[in-house]
Design a protein around this ligand. Structure first.
Ligand SMILES: [Zn+2]
Length: 272
């Protein structure tokens, strides 16, 4: 039932996005998923075109199952930075960090396309303290890959303690973790980055950056990535709107901060 609904969204939104990006800043996106639930209605070439139509010209892409990221990478290796999700399925999402076969799963998939990191992966609290997690971190260390966890503060602290020497990008910036805590982590861990999709508390009722967030983004402008997070089919349909909303707050920043956060930081972390 979901597919025809998506088609209605997409068919309706496609003509609107044709010129959407031309006068706007290019975005290099830190959080795109190409999950199985859109493969049929949005084939790889069309998905890449949708990104380009809203002036998203590079993107970290992961998928459940992982083959989605592979397909999108093959459709356009210049745009797609493939990220390997450690899940075999959605069910596995709640088990993977204790799976003794995790390392062989990762190695097998890493041989297929040049993955640049592990993520976005979900793990919470003490679940982050497991042998398979440590094996994944060791692989990231050996192969110079990044980690992109969706986790809570407890999980984040565990990962950072295990991987202080690895680029770690916190998906959603911890959602509602206080800014002061984020500042402390950024100061303590120089390889730690914050990705801002679905982050709470940044904007006031008039869609203006709060003074606290504006200062925070400027103070640490080299440490943030933006993201649209297409975690469900309707988020693909909403891509033009999501990109516009992101550009609306980027415009409230000094140009150099907006350029770093919208694309330069991602390019520095993931050189072509
Ligand atoms: Zn997430």
């Amino acid at each position: 039932m979901r597919l025809p609904v998506l088609c209605v969204f997409l068919c309706a939104s496609l003509p609107l996005v044709a010129n959407a990006g031309e006068s706007s800043h290019s975005i290099h996106d830190g959080h795109i998923h190409y999950d199985q639930d859109v493969w049929e209605t949005l084939p790889p070439a069309q998905a890449v075109q949708m990104l380009k139509d809203v002036n998203i010209n590079r993107a970290l892409v992961s998928a459940t199952p992982a083959e989605g990221a592979e397909m999108l990478y093959r459709a356009d290796p210049e745009v797609v930075i493939p990220m390997l999700r450690p899940y075999k399925s959605w069910r596995h999402r709640y088990l993977w960090f204790n799976d003794p076969d995790l390392k062989s799963y990762l190695l097998e998939h890493m041989a297929r396309v040049p993955y640049r990191g592990f993520g976005e992966f979900h793990v919470f609290g003490q679940d982050a303290d497991s042998i398979p997690m440590e094996e994944m971190i060791e692989l990231a260390r050996e192969r110079k890959l990044v980690l992109h966890p969706h986790t809570d503060l407890e999980g984040m602290r565990i990962i950072l303690q295990k991987a202080p020497d690895i680029v770690v990008i916190w998906a959603h910036g911890g959602f509602n973790v206080p800014v002061e805590t984020l500042r402390d982590l950024l100061d303590q861990y120089p390889m730690f980055y914050i990705e801002l999709s679905l982050r709470e508390g940044m904007l006031d009722d008039e869609q203006q950056l709060t003074p606290q967030w504006k200062q925070f983004l400027v103070d640490y402008q080299s440490r943030f990535l933006v993201g649209m997070d297409t975690y469900k089919p309707s988020r693909w349909a909403d891509l033009p709107e999501l990109a516009d909303e992101t550009r609306d707050w980027l415009k409230q920043l000094p140009e150099s901060a907006a350029a770093d956060i919208s694309r330069n930081n991602l390019d520095r972390l993931f050189p072509q």
